[in-house]
Design a protein around this ligand. Structure first.
Ligand code: 6PG
Length: 464
């Protein structure tokens, strides 16, 4: 049968996604700007080759697909997407559908949608790396409901499945909503990774543990509440020996983290929304600091480095990570609640938690419990859900010990500390912003509201 679906861009992710689509029984036409890539892809597709139609030009791709067509873009985010949409415009009809499945900034997706493309348009966030794309990613779709209805069978067929069998692909909302949720996923990804790195740092520098001794700690955590893909691979990374020297590979890797920008977008958007996501912001900050190696070396030369001698156990670190993770996700979901209100989206919080349960980088056992807690009351902050409140009661003392020890010994734990500071603000009915309001009124007559409700919006300093 002739394909109804096409895919443009046979890089790592595009090729894996095309094979996944073909494997699930959907014939697909593919095109890549460099023709030899298309040919090699088809030649290596094995049993799936008969379901794949390689094409040599964009026009040939369009002709190979039966209308109404659905064409998935897997090209680098940014200008390449705009170029591809412009190239497709004269070739497609109004009932055709183009789906940007790259890591687009949701503002670009909104802009492209609003520009009035001569075909239907969707932006979908796809998470899970190459393995996920090939065997089951998590998919966060944005676009018109009718476009989602059309793509739902294919997207849910290729998606990962949660333990209860539910496909991890869902419609998040119109326009850029899918790419927005994917950005928040990536912000949380940064935060999860940073908090794991911080516990690794305490084990290495505070407890004097070598990488091969750290690996089994992560493996053990992966059997408990922290069970997740990122903890699992952290154990594997720590356990791996360098094929060149035989030393732990982790000790050979430069301590400077790369980033393509999605975590930063989340922090920036959170600021626009006035939504507090300090754990994510700290994680982005820490990546930025990690890139400044020479400055850090100068800092260490002048001020010395952290002193090991921590009165902590790996169990404290596990509990600290549990607490930090709950606080981070509570912030992320609250940010999405703020975004839904700001952008007029009906983001379904339990559905988002469910879509993240499998396939994506942040997949974890805890997301099952988060989906359940959000289903009870999607607007309530996760820290107030009885299940997570009880878990915090249990885990917070360890988070306090870890953060305090880090501060005393001179070991920066930005993400864990930021989570704790936010939590302590969130449980302070009488905060300290009365001082800020007093200062604002003093220097700028900005006014304040009184606790007793009396109508004296300025202090006596106003008369001076
Ligand atoms: C995913 C990931 C992926 C991301 C990379 C790298 O969900 O599969 O989030 O989309 O691009 O992990 O991100 P950084 O280069 O910013 O670390």
């Amino acid at each position: 049968t002739a394909p109804q679906t096409g895919l443009i861009g046979l890089g790592t992710m595009g090729a894996a996604l095309a094979l996944n689509i073909a494997e699930k029984g959907f014939p697909i036409a593919v095109w890549n700007r460099t023709g030899s890539v298309t040919q090699a892809f088809h030649a290596n597709a094995g049993d799936l080759a008969p379901r794949i139609t390689p094409t040599a030009t964009l026009a040939e791709l369009v002709q190979a697909i039966t209308p109404p067509r659905a064409i998935i873009l897997m090209v680098p985010a940014g200008q390449a997407v705009d170029d591809q949409l412009a190239a497709l415009a004269p070739l497609l009809g109004p009932e055709d559908l183009v789906i940007d499945a790259g890591n687009a900034n949701f503002r670009d997706t909104n802009r492209r949608d609003a520009a009035g493309l001569p075909f239907h348009f969707m932006g979908i966030g796809v998470s899970g790396g190459e393995e996920g794309a090939r065997h089951g990613p998590s998919i966060m779709a944005g676009g018109p409901p009718a476009a989602w209805a059309r793509m739902q069978p294919l997207l849910q067929a290729i998606a990962a499945r949660a333990e209860d069998g539910t496909p991890c692909a869902d419609h998040m909302g119109p326009s850029g909503a899918g790419h927005f949720v994917k950005a928040v996923h990536n912000g949380i990804e940064y935060a999860d990774m940073q908090m794991i790195a911080e516990t690794y740092g305490v084990m290495r520098d505070g407890l004097g543990m070598a990488a091969p001794a750290i690996a089994p700690v992560f493996d053990a955590w992966n059997k408990g509440i922290l069970q997740s893909y990122l903890i699992e691979i952290s154990g594997q990374v720590a356990a791996t020996a360098d094929p060149v020297t035989g030393a732990p590979l982790l000790d050979m890797i430069v301590d400077s983290a790369g980033q393509k920008g999605t975590g930063r977008w989340t922090a920036v958007e959170a600021q626009h929304l006035a939504a507090p996501v300090p754990v994510i912001e700290a994680a982005v900050m820490a990546r930025n600091v990690s890139a400044r190696r020479a400055e850090r070396a100068a800092g260490e030369a002048r001020f010395g480095r952290a002193t090991p001698d921590l009165n902590l156990s790996v169990d404290d670190l596990e509990q600290a990570l549990i607490a930090g993770k709950i606080l981070c996700y509570a912030q992320g979901f609250a940010m999405m609640t703020a975004a839904a209100a700001e952008f007029g989206w009906a983001l379904d919080m339990p559905a988002i938690a469910r879509v993240w349960r499998a396939g994506c980088i942040i997949r974890s056992a805890m997301l099952n419990d988060m989906a359940a807690a959000l289903a009870e009351d999607p607007a309530r902050n996760l820290i107030l859900a009885p299940f997570f409140a009880a878990q915090l009661d249990h885990s917070l003392p360890a988070l306090r010990r870890v953060v305090a020890a880090g501060a005393l010994q001179g070991m920066g734990l930005p993400a864990l500390s930021a989570g704790l500071a936010w939590f302590d603000l969130m449980r302070q009915a009488r905060g300290t912003a009365n001082m800020i309001q007093g200062q604002r009124d003093f220097f700028g007559l900005h006014g304040f509201t009184r606790l007793d409700g009396l109508d004296h919006p300025h202090g006596p300093w106003a008369q001076a």
